[in-house]
Design a protein. Structure first.
Length: 143
């Protein structure tokens, strides 16, 4: 729930979302806002059967973006961890597990529970199942 404060509104924490669909909608809205205000033209695909969530254009070049959200922190380090694999549903189309390295996306945009944002090139990601947002990815933290 958004609450009023002296400085305006306090954003909803991802873990407070009604369900995972609502959490994803929040992540998409945040990603679109950040990308648009940072010079990218943003296109939203007509369907959700592809591996990417957004298409961006900058200086005439197009790239695909997958948006993920997380509120899970690892017990060992307390760093946020985001799931990369997709199991079943209409995203994989087969009912099987699809790993991130098999997708054709160019960037991963991650929104954490405290609204930190990461814009990570796929070529920098070796993980297939889950990505821990540690010091290695700090250079891709955009907010």
């Amino acid at each position: 729930m958004i609450t009023s404060s002296k400085s305006g509104f306090e954003p909803l924490l991802l873990r407070q979302a009604k369900n995972s669909k609502h959490q994803g909608d929040i992540g998409m809205a945040i990603a679109i806002a950040w990308l648009a205000t940072n010079g990218y033209r943003v296109a939203i695909p007509l369907t959700d059967s592809q591996d990417y969530d957004l298409v961006i254009e900058v200086e005439g070049k197009f790239a695909t973006v997958q948006v993920r959200t997380t509120y899970y922190r690892t017990k060992a380090t307390g760093n946020f961890q985001v799931t990369l694999k997709v199991t079943g549903g209409n995203r994989s189309g087969t009912g099987k597990t699809k790993y991130f390295t098999e997708s054709g996306v160019d960037f991963l945009f991650v929104v954490t529970d405290n609204h930190d944002m990461y814009f990570i090139p796929r070529v920098e990601i070796e993980a297939k199942v889950a990505l821990t947002l540690c010091e290695k990815y700090e250079q891709y933290r955009v907010y």
